[in-house]
Design a binder for this molecule. Structure first.
Ligand code: PLP
Length: 385
């Protein structure tokens, strides 16, 4: 049985040309980018070139781009860094319950540790944010930080960041956007979006895991999380990961160059998947915003009767046994698969959340394998429906 990987929103395979771009830095070009000698200069040049490329791709200045170890670190730095730079003043964070845990858990930590005021923007059952509610939630006499993801990793919803930053201007609120899921899929321009901070992560667009970047607009008050050397212009101490920074820059540039081609390919795959499920008589509901969504993410719920008692990740395990790798978007806590916090926040019951999966496509998936995956999917589901 061939295994079919449809979990590309979790991580993508590393593209062969990206592996190739990394290799010289794992062999002859090994110098520490902070060293003064020729070995260091070679890697310093490569690192700064990578920074310039990322900056160009997102419409920023190179001095506003900082490499991190991940999207999670970039989100943590954005939230904790800004709050810590403003300690002593009344601070409000406005976010949504549909954010990734990298944002939500940072926010909860800040709330507990520093008594930061936290408010959540209301949303509807499709996860669309209520911007009138955002206007109402801005507390006067507070320094506000709004953190809303550019696109949702479970539903694929694209959020109206431009409208959010326009609202933010009325009170000089700072805006952070977690663009981890949209980078490489939507053209990102920090000025058009109007954001002050933005997080991206390489492994979502064919670069390796363990490299991310944060955009920090010049003048944004922010403290560092890592102290030590003067790396990344004092924003992030630790010897730079030149190989993976080069990989991230190349992968971002390439994804932008191939954007339309990849997006129409994955949109076709999404269509084929749904058509094949329908042809095979599987009832389903598509979760999320049907108008504004990323083309490669599909979140589906199935009317599995409650008597099936779906414990943990039963559905995912059954699909895995059939050779299909998909995800529930849930986080595993001490070995117990919890239902997705996003689906629960949309008002689904635990059972319905467990009867849901996220299918996500990449440029490497083919129509044939997606058709085959949907057929196998239908066989598994028919046993449960
Ligand atoms: N934010 C979003 C929206 C994500 O989808 C992810 C990864 O799943 C992250 C943040 C975390 O990124 P990383 O895996 O690079 O830590």
């Amino acid at each position: 049985m061939t295994r079919i990987y449809l979990d590309n929103a979790s991580t993508t395979p590393v593209a062969p040309e990206i592996v190739e771009a990394i290799m010289p830095f794992l062999s002859e070009q090994f110098g520490n980018a902070s060293s003064i000698h020729a070995f260091g200069q070679v890697t310093r040049n490569a690192l700064e070139l990578a920074r310039e490329e990322v900056a160009k791709e997102i419409g920023a200045k190179p001095s506003e781009v900082f490499f991190t170890s991940s999207g999670t670190e970039a989100d943590n730095l954005a939230l904790k860094g800004v709050v810590m730079a403003r300690l002593g003043e009344p601070i409000q964070i406005i976010t949504s319950r549909l954010e990734h845990k990298a944002v939500l858990e940072s926010v909860y930590w800040l709330q507990k540790k520093f008594k930061v005021a936290v408010d959540f923007i209301a949303h509807d059952e499709r996860g669309r944010l209520d911007l009138d509610d955002l206007k109402k939630k801005l507390r006067p006499n507070y320094r506000q930080l709004i953190s809303i993801m550019h696109a949702n990793n479970e539903l694929g919803n694209i959020n109206p960041i431009k409208e959010i930053t326009a609202i933010a201007k009325s009170t000089n609120a700072l805006v952070h956007t977690d663009a981890v899921q949209s980078a490489g899929k939507l053209k990102l321009n920090v000025d058009e979006l109007g954001v002050d901070l933005m997080a991206i992560s390489g492994h979502k667009f064919y670069a390796p895991k363990g490299i991310g970047a944060i955009y920090i607009r010049t003048g944004t008050p922010i403290e560092s999380l890592l102290h030590g050397g003067t790396h990344e212009r004092n924003r992030r101490a630790s010897t730079e990961n030149v190989a993976f920074s080069v990989a991230l820059a190349k992968a971002l540039k390439q994804s932008h160059a191939e954007l339309q081609q990849i997006n129409s390919h994955v949109a076709l795959l999404r269509h084929v998947f749904l058509e094949t499920l329908t042809k095979n008589g599987v009832p389903f509901q598509v979760n999320g915003d049907s108008e504004h969504h990323l083309p490669h993410i599909l979140n589906l719920s199935f009317p599995i009767p409650t008597k099936q008692k779906l414990a943990g990740d039963v559905l995912l395990l059954a699909l895995d046994a059939a050779g299909i790798a998909v995800s529930s978007g849930s986080a595993c806590t001490s070995g117990t698969a919890k239902p997705s916090h996003v689906l629960l926040a949309l008002g689904k019951t635990e059972h319905d959340a467990r009867a849901s999966v996220r299918v996500s496509f990449s440029k490497f998936n083919t129509v044939e394998e997606v058709t085959e995956a949907a057929r196998r999917f239908a066989d598994v589901l028919k046993r449960l429906l």
